[in-house]
Design a protein around this ligand. Structure first.
Ligand SMILES: Nc1ncnc2c1ncn2[C@@H]1O[C@H](COP(=O)(O)OP(=O)(O)OP(=O)(O)O)[C@@H](O)[C@H]1O
Ligand SMILES: Nc1nc2c(c(=O)[nH]1)N=C(CO)CN2
Length: 203
């Protein structure tokens, strides 16, 4: 190999790469080589709710760098955070996946899947065809408002904790502890399993 630039010499045309950039590239590279687990919550209270959840699962599985490992049972749930009776009930479920995408790309993909289901952001906690939230990404803890990890309200939502606990009874919510213990602290009223319905893990 021709060594124009041996150690100790520098190419004057090459700009030094800032350490912060090197750090980011290294981090992305590590992510690419180490798939991480992530948990995603799905919700729908408009249109064909079951089809919307299944469509989201299929679209997530179609994402390069995403493999869905588990799909939870379906729950029918009273709308959380709004006046009782003001919205149709939700279908909720959770998927556990492995991904080589960094958290920001997974969020982008989650939002693209919501858009594909014609989700309209009209009012805070308004009814929606599809909601795709990142509940947790490995053991990442971040208070960035664009992507808060774990999801800032996951620990108080039985419609997230119950289906997650079904597929992974040992699960831990980073920074908050075992999902089973969190589930015992929230009300399960209005969160009913729909054993007559089933979502499919993509082949
Ligand atoms: N963990 C997360 N998962 C998804 N979105 C998040 C997360 N953390 C922060 N966000 C940000 O929250 C913004 C609002 O998301 P969205 O409209 O789905 O909220 P919501 O589903 O109505 O309410 P909630 O966040 O209580 O479930 C998004 O644009 C996104 O940038
Ligand atoms: N039952 C239920 N209530 C909600 C849900 C949801 O998915 N299920 N999502 C919300 C905003 O993300 C607000 N309220």
């Amino acid at each position: 190999m021709t060594a124009f630039f041996t150690e100790g010499q520098s190419d004057p045309t090459v700009q030094p790469v800032p350490a912060s950039v090197v750090e980011k590239v290294d981090a992305a590279d590590t992510t690419l080589h180490n798939p991480r687990w992530a948990v995603i919550s799905l919700g729908s209270n408009l249109g064909n709710r079951l089809d919307n959840l299944q469509g989201a699962i299929d679209a997530l599985e179609d994402t390069p760098g995403v493999r869905i490992k588990a799909v939870s049972p379906v729950y029918e749930t009273e709308p959380w955070g709004v006046a009782p009776g003001s919205q149709p009930s939700y279908f909720n479920a959770v998927v556990v996946l492995k991904t080589t995408l960094p958290p920001s790309s997974l969020l982008e993909r989650a939002q693209a899947v919501e858009e594909a289901f014609h989700r309209v952001r009209a009012e805070h906690w308004g009814p929606r065809t599809l909601d795709v939230d990142i509940v947790a990404y490995a053991d990442v803890v971040s208070d960035d408002p664009v992507l808060t990890l774990p999801h800032p309200r996951a620990h108080e939502r039985a419609f997230v904790l119950a289906p997650w606990h079904d597929v992974d009874p040992e699960a831990q919510l980073p920074g908050r502890g075992p999902v089973g213990r969190l589930l015992a602290t929230v009300t399960r009223e209005g969160v009913s399993p729909r054993a007559d319905l089933e979502l499919q893990l993509p082949e």
